[in-house]
Design a protein around this ligand. Sequence first.
Ligand SMILES: Cc1cc2nc3c(=O)[nH]c(=O)nc-3n(C[C@H](O)[C@H](O)[C@H](O)COP(=O)(O)OP(=O)(O)OC[C@H]3O[C@@H](n4cnc5c(N)ncnc54)[C@H](O)[C@@H]3O)c2cc1C
Ligand code: SF4
Length: 323
Amino acid sequence: MAPFEYRRAGGVEEVLAQLGRPGLRLLAGGTTLVDLMKLGVETPATVLDISALALDGIAVEDGWLRIGALATNTDVAQHALVQAHAGLVSKAILSGASGQIRNVATIGGNLLQRTRCVYFRGTDWRCNKRSPGAGCSAIDGLHPGHAVLGTSAACHAVHPSDLAVALLAADAQVHVRSLRGVRRIPFDAFYVLPGATPQIEHALAEDELITHLSLPVTGAAPRSDYLKLRGRASYEFATVSVAASLRMHGGQVAEVAVALGGVGTVPWRMRSAEALLHGQPLTDAALDAFCDALLDTAVATEQNRYKLAMARAAVCRVLGGLQ
Ligand SMILES: Cc1cc2nc3c(=O)[nH]c(=O)nc-3n(C[C@H](O)[C@H](O)[C@H](O)COP(=O)(O)OP(=O)(O)OC[C@H]3O[C@@H](n4cnc5c(N)ncnc54)[C@H](O)[C@@H]3O)c2cc1C
Ligand code: SF4
């Protein structure tokens, strides 16, 4: 690992004053950052440890479930308010990593974890995300786990977070703070498609700290679920995942939200596809039309085409189980 300076932050103001300095990286649980430093993918000059900041609260306030950025994945998944108001978030978190990792991994760090593309993590390979303009070893190499949605000529790496898929379906917002003030980013604007600049992955500016997430808490919450399909039953990233919520009224769809993981360069949701289901009974034909629209822009190769059939089957299984 390259040498670096380690500092422990005592308060949020101290972090904001230093954020944006070249070569500075924040350390929360460290389960992503330290791995990447060991691999030589990240080589920060200074690591600022934010784990002692008081940003780990979980509460319901004014109709919103508020989750602190430094709450651990375990604490969030097991919290009674999260289980009561955002069951699919709890289920998505518990489907990821291992108990030991979830005990230290934080919510903010989970959102900013980097892709598991092996060519990104191996510095001997060409990778536009790690070294802009270097090329992409995955495109001509092995890519059965790579994305079929939101891809570009520069990069087709999958976004790996389970939590992010659930938050997208749950209409979450990301709250951030910098010396310039505070702002909230709707979850469907948080991640950025790779386009020609795959090194830019999200809408967070260099000087911004994630302080917390908020999720709307409604009186009559729709039924929801998270399904993760993967190579083995635990300790494995998603091949395809589905986070969905559904409320039927009089045999017809009154509310629906569906987000996909494992298939996109960003967690994938299409509100225009959901609109096709509104007011319809959940028939096979309606589900087919929905999946056609959801996957309409997919670009697959012989290696990863199977993900399209898996995604269709997973969506039908989850929505069918919720009606
Ligand atoms: C073996 C293994 C298996 C895994 N399996 C899964 C899985 O199946 N599903 C899944 O979803 N995830 C999985 N993960 C990823 C894991 O969930 C993430 O590594 C973890 O959530 C990151 O959180 P952290 O607090 O450790 O982040 P860190 O490593 O501390 O930070 C990650 C990044 O986020 C930045 N950051 C952290 N907090 C903030 C903040 N508040 N504001 C601004 N920037 C911040 C850091 O600067 C850094 O760039 C796995 C990880 C490992 C190592
Ligand atoms: S798919 Fe993206 S992350 Fe993977 S090697 Fe290509 S550019 Fe890098």
